[in-house]
Design a protein around this ligand. Structure first.
Ligand code: KG4
Ligand code: ZN
Length: 347
């Protein structure tokens, strides 16, 4: 049979991305190209993503991303069979940019259009990278989300629990900001933490005393702020060592919470799905090596397998959107010009 070639578009937060994915029959899909234009420098002066600036930058970079993805894949537009696009959740102006672009391409080329839930893109990534089969337990942990899901099918997820306030990525970004480290905060905090003492500060591990898989991370940044200010008022500033210790202690708290809640989620999941249990992680925070290492240990102790996508497929990208679109497309789903951009869209 003729291979299926799908173009994916993503613009729901602060990355403009286009990717080309190809699948022959039921073979493992191949990522022919994956282009990501980040907007970190654009938002840096404002200390967070500014929706208006993000939307304008997406509109500016989408055509270019598509062109670059096609040229990296050595394909012309006429060789694309379908378009997949993130249609939510996310910043509405940004989501609209790619949805408009995708509708234009679909109408102009007369090829099918499929809308994709950004979270499903993350949650299905282990199927793209490791051909994982349903069901599996997913920890989706990013800048805006943190939840345990049982993945039953491409559009069927059960939520076991999640954060009741901030997402861990937000906490990493806030920590970096408080310590004067560059954005995105995750990678910079991880790097500083390597030289620090994780026991220097005892930061809170909220909700560990309560049953269930819910988590909380907002108290952590308040604790970090207090510890920082205490050091500054005592010594007049932060040394390199102080910064490293704060980062290491902060990261240790996040790791402990995720590890304990993962242990419980596995317990719940394995009671129902005892055969060949697997935990997969996804989302930007899943790029953190301390988190990955600890979750791998938790899985080994619980008797479950563990898988984590390569770093570039943990953070926002369009290959995951093309893949989630491919799954929907193969199940017969099609969208039309009525496809709308949804700021909120739980899985
Ligand atoms: O999935 P993602 O690219 O965007 C969404 O939120 O959907 O995740 C971005 C988040 C940011 O908060 C970033 O700081 C965090 O992922 N992140 C990390 C690491 N790399 C990225 N957090 C911790 N450790 C990392 N190595
Ligand atoms: Zn994301």
């Amino acid at each position: 049979t003729k291979p299926l070639t799908i173009l994916g578009l993503e613009s729901s937060c602060d990355d403009t991305a286009a990717a080309v994915l190809r699948q022959s029959g039921d073979d493992a899909p191949e990522i022919l190209a994956s282009i990501v234009y980040g907007q970190t420098e654009l938002h840096a002066p404002f200390g967070g993503v500014v929706p208006e600036i993000a939307a304008r930058a997406h509109a500016e970079k989408l055509d270019l991303s598509v062109q670059e993805a096609l040229s990296a894949a050595n394909l012309s537009l006429s060789e694309i069979d379908a378009i997949a696009v993130t249609s939510g959740p996310g910043l509405i102006g940004g989501v609209l940019s790619a949805v408009m672009c995708a509708k234009g391409l679909s109408a102009g080329l007369n090829i099918p259009l499929v809308g994709v839930n950004h979270l499903a893109g993350h949650a299905l990534t282990p199927r793209l990278t490791d051909q994982v089969t349903f069901p599996y337990l997913m920890l989706l942990v990013s800048g805006g989300h943190c939840q345990f899901l049982i993945a039953h099918g491409p559009e069927k997820f059960t939520r076991l629990g999640g954060t009741i306030d901030d997402a861990p990525g937000e906490a990493f970004d806030k920590t970096a900001r408080l310590l004067g480290l560059p954005q995105p905060g995750g990678p910079s905090v991880q790097k500083e933490a390597e030289a620090g003492d994780p026991k220097a500060h005892r930061f809170p591990r909220p909700l560990l005393d309560r049953p269930g898989c819910d988590m909380s991370f907002s108290g952590l940044k308040t604790a970090l702020l207090r510890a920082r200010d205490a050091i500054i008022s005592e010594k007049g500033g932060l040394t390199i060592k102080d910064r490293a210790d704060l980062c290491a202690s902060f990261q240790a708290a996040v790791v402990d919470v995720l590890a304990e809640k993962t242990r419980r989620a596995l317990e719940v999941y394995m009671a129902e799905n005892p055969s060949e249990p697997l935990l997969a992680v996804a989302g930007g925070v899943a790029a953190n090596s301390a988190i990955r290492a600890r979750l791998e240990t938790v899985c080994a102790e619980s008797g479950a397998a563990f898988t984590a996508p390569p770093l570039a497929l943990c953070t926002d990208n369009a290959a995951m959107i093309a893949y989630a679109g491919l799954e929907r497309f193969k199940s017969g789903a099609r969208d039309d010009m009525g496809l709308s951009a949804r700021p909120r869209w739980p899985l």
